[in-house]
Design a protein around this ligand. Structure first.
Ligand code: ADP
Ligand code: MG
Length: 230
């Protein structure tokens, strides 16, 4: 069981070595292979592939640049949400393709709900530690997060939720639906297991955002930083 995930994702680890980190579509593929819920998406290398996905899935969609040179996509205008027509999708793809190091664009379903961040850092002393916080711009401003050592169990997750100030957002705030806490708990536990399996390869993982509603918690962006091999 242990090495199965590693075996399946070896090609991704190999091709990411040079850049030192794993881009969104590859990181999402690893999580999907590990059994986690990720946004339905495709890695489109040309306009026709982008349009084909949107037609099959239905508009609106999101389009995002994929480039080993671009680690924060929205900083460079590399994320466009709410694309509601073929014309806009084609224009967006053309624009994204001009960004440095462009290798393609992720075209994804639009997820709805509140944005959380779930992270992992492989600590040289403690091994993998897992972080939960409210996602979006708030992450850097409030630093409102809870951290526990992996592997997580249900009690860890419920005490992490209870430990962040933004827990009201998760539990339902001013008429907004409470998040599906069962789905969030399962996601965090399974994520911590995956991180433990990948421990010797990765330095850190960011799932930001994980978009949670009353019925689903889905990973909408992922980035994995590889360990420098000494
Ligand atoms: P980056 O973190 O590299 O800037 P993201 O993929 O996180 O790029 O996109 C930035 C923001 O765009 C997210 O925080 C979220 O608000 C929105 N977003 C990205 N993907 C989706 C999606 N599939 N559904 C809904 N919103 C999305
Ligand atoms: Mg992100």
């Amino acid at each position: 069981m242990q090495d199965m995930l590693i075996q399946k994702i070896k090609p991704i680890l190999e091709r990411s070595k040079k850049a030192g980190w794993i881009t969104e579509p590859d990181a999402m593929e690893i999580l999907r292979v590990g059994g986690l819920d990720t946004t339905e998406s495709t890695m489109a290398v040309n306009e026709e592939e982008a349009v084909a996905f949107a037609e099959k899935h239905g508009y609106p969609v999101v389009a995002k640049v994929v480039s080993p040179e671009i680690i924060h996509k929205s900083d460079v205008g590399g994320v466009v949400v709410g694309i509601d027509s073929e014309k806009k999708l084609r224009a967006t793809f053309k624009r994204l393709s001009l960004l440095p190091g462009f290798t393609g664009a992720v075209v994804a379903e639009m997820a709805r709900g509140i944005e959380l961040i779930i992270g992992a850092k492989v600590d040289s002393q403690f091994g993998p530690v897992i972080l939960l916080g409210i996602g979006g711009v708030g992450v850097e401003i409030y630093k409102d997060t809870a951290v526990r050592m992996a592997p997580l169990n249900e009690e860890d997750v419920s005490s992490m939720i209870a430990g962040i100030k933004g827990q009201q957002l998760i539990r339902g705030f001013r008429g907004s639906d409470p998040v599906d806490i069962g789905a969030l708990t399962t996601l965090m536990i399974e994520f911590s297991d995956i991180v433990m399996e990948l421990e010797s390869y990765i330095d850190s993982v960011d799932l930001n955002p994980v978009i949670c509603s009353g019925s689903r918690c889905v990973i909408a962006d992922a980035r994995m930083i590889l360990k420098e091999k000494g």
